[in-house]
Design a protein around this ligand. Structure first.
Ligand code: ADP
Ligand code: ZN
Length: 218
């Protein structure tokens, strides 16, 4: 089983690629964004602390996020191998992950930076929405279902948009990415774990490159 990290700014396609890898090679997607949104929806203590921070496009505290990842890694399904999506997002989180993996006798196989241009990210994110049934991703202009009201994948007719997918918040999230997360590229390059993929192109071509990397470590 392979454990890997997907790095990249909001809109780079981490979630999309993680979903595709989950379907093709059976790895588990561990998205801290999804886990935090779940905590917000459930109204847990962590969720309450995270809600406003997320709506402003800022980073939730390292303490909360690390605790959430620690708990998630204790569930048995991580044995399939894990795609870390949206974590780590700061050097403190990366160091914490090193320790967590060691304590749980897990190993990080590689890290992929999905390289994109900021200018395109605002447009990608501002138009995106997902199926409420199966989570399939869509976009107002780039990817609409064949029948606009019905999900291509599962037939569901309810769709949802994230509260933080608006132009103002996206600009904040990009700022946070460059200040806090981009230094991780260097962090993992120094560990000899980094691969870079041009993520402006075709979704399937990017997915094929990721699958190829996974097959080399599986
Ligand atoms: P995106 O990468 O598209 O911005 P995510 O779903 O990964 O979306 O994250 C949404 C929000 O959740 C972030 O803007 C941030 O507020 C919070 N968040 C998610 N992961 C982390 C993390 N590892 N550390 C701090 N905050 C996080
Ligand atoms: Zn669906």
């Amino acid at each position: 089983m392979t454990n890997l990290i997907l790095l990249g700014p909001p809109g780079a396609g981490k979630g999309t690629q993680a979903r595709m890898l989950t379907e093709s090679v059976g790895l588990l997607q561990l998205s801290t964004g999804d886990l935090l949104r779940e905590a917000v929806a459930k109204g847990t203590k962590a969720g309450e602390a995270a809600k406003q921070v997320m709506e402003a496009g800022d980073l939730v505290s390292n303490e909360i996020v690390i605790a959430i990842v620690n708990d998630r890694l204790d569930l048995p399904d991580v044995e399939a191998g894990v795609i870390f999506d949206g974590f780590p997002r700061t050097v403190v989180q990366a160091e914490a992950l090193d320790k967590l993996l060691k304590a749980k006798a897990m190993k990080l196989d590689f890290v992929v930076s999905l390289d994109v241009q900021d200018a395109a990210m605002i447009e990608r994110i501002s138009g995106r929405y997902t199926c409420a049934g199966c989570g399939e991703g869509y976009h107002d202009t780039k990817k609409v279902p064949a029948n606009v009201d019905i999900c291509d994948s599962c037939g569901e007719s309810n769709f949802k948009r994230r509260a933080d997918d608006n132009a103002a918040t996206v600009a904040e999230r990009l700022k946070a990415y460059h200040a806090e997360t981009a230094p991780l590229i260097e962090y993992y390059r120094n560990k000899g774990l980094l691969f870079r993929i041009d993520a402006m192109g075709d979704i399937v071509a990017i997915s094929d490159q990721l699958k190829e990397l996974v097959s080399k470590t599986n």
